[in-house]
Design a binder for this molecule. Structure first.
Ligand SMILES: [Zn+2]
Length: 126
């Protein structure tokens, strides 16, 4: 059975090749698990040379036995991709907020509902 993370990974993969003829490739990491390498969606755009725009500097590193990934960029040339890596959850939120909302809804419908209810309360109270 496909997990929710895998389902949403499938939805974002088609966008990870970037806009300049880059590629998103499967990669088997040291733990023997499948991850991906691709041009960084956050800092490839600010590279001046096409070769550098296409360069696969970002990874989705597979976690053992959890069907999840950590996003990591080697170049770290934007605020979004600097730091120690991001959970799949955060990566999804940054790369596609609409898809992220669907993900939350599917993951925990009650929490999703509460989040909107609370946001609406705040609106009425302010
Ligand atoms: Zn980057």
């Amino acid at each position: 059975m496909t997990t929710l993370n895998e389902k949403y990974l499938g939805k974002v993969l088609p966008y990870l090749h970037g806009l300049d003829g880059g590629e998103c490739k499967e990669k088997i990491f040291r733990n023997g698990l499948k991850g991906y390498e691709f041009p960084c969606p956050f800092c490839s755009d600010c590279q001046s040379k096409p070769k550098h725009k296409r360069k696969r500097v970002a990874y989705l590193l597979p976690h053992k036995e959890s069907f999840s990934w950590t996003f990591f960029c080697h170049r770290k040339q934007s605020n979004e991709c600097s730091g120690d890596g991001k959970s799949f959850h955060n990566f999804l939120m940054m790369i596609n907020p609409t898809l992220f909302q669907q993900y939350l809804k599917e993951k925990d419908p009650a929490a999703f509902f509460r989040q909107y209810r609370d946001a609406n309360y705040k609106k009425y109270l302010s």
